[in-house]
Write a protein that binds this ligand. Sequence first.
Ligand code: SF4
Length: 344
Amino acid sequence: MNIKNFIQETRYYLKLEGFARPFKKFLLYQSPLSRIVNSRLYGAIYLKRIKKEAERITPKILQIETTNACNAKCLMCPHKTMKRKISVMGLENFKKILDNVMKNYDIKRLTINGFGEPFTDKGVIEKIKYVNKKYPKLKVDIYSNAALLTKKRADELLKTNLGRVTFSINGIEEDYNKVMGLDYENTKRNVLYFLKNNKEKRKPALTNISMMILKENEEKAQNFVNFWRKYSDSVRAYFPSDWAGTLKEYVGEQNIPYGRRQWTCSALWTHIVIHSKGEFVVCCRDYESRVKFGNLIKGDDIKKLRESKAFKELQKQHLNFDFSSPVCKNCDHAYDSSIEWWLW
Ligand code: SF4
């Protein structure tokens, strides 16, 4: 990363999360301190810490998947093999889920999509408007490939109050078309239109452009960063997830600063993920809804589900370093899990 990128990314993080979290993240990931992770001393302090934190922490981040439909065909995404039925969540069900979670927890951020492209849901902007009106302090984040973000839709979206918009653009020009099965020129036009008009807003959303690095697009990764950083608050290029062990193909070498060891996953305490049919699932990696604990559309209460024997048992397993649950056992998020506990 050159100095310009570094300054740009620092600014972005300061706006997104304030000073403490990015600073701690930098110390634990990038500085020589990262070498102590996995040491015996670290393990002893870490365990004490998470047991204490696990008593205290309540969920802060909610993800509601408004649809699991997607218009792209990304090489590194298991969406094409997903067996879960495609569905779009109606506005009333969305309200029911959101209101139930907000009544029970002090949620700070809502991600309004999951394992799908949010603009395949024609009602997604209505949902954002509802959140803005009913929960004005709740930060709304959205991730999109922008291929369906026409001018008309972008204008409507720009009238809402978004915390952060991330556009997934996996490559440039013909590399992009190959990786995502979409048209680069169309996406570029849509994204540039949104970014330009967003900047002119009194309270612009924070913007991020992300690219997953594959052998098909890595040669031009630097061109990608150089082009998009002129327009967006942040530009990231990183290696894809293997989706809890389900996708070995296309997953490149990962730059992990210490040996792989699975740690108690903080996501089970800090995140709530609801799929498009209302299922409360273990986390965003569970794209098939394999480990589910109940259904908020069918009338379950999130607090009761999180206090249920099954959910508590999963948390207990993690605290005892037992990762035998079907999704967790192959999860590549595991190497981040240790650090995450120090950031909340
Ligand atoms: S270990 Fe992986 S699959 Fe399990 S809860 Fe954490 S992120 Fe999800």
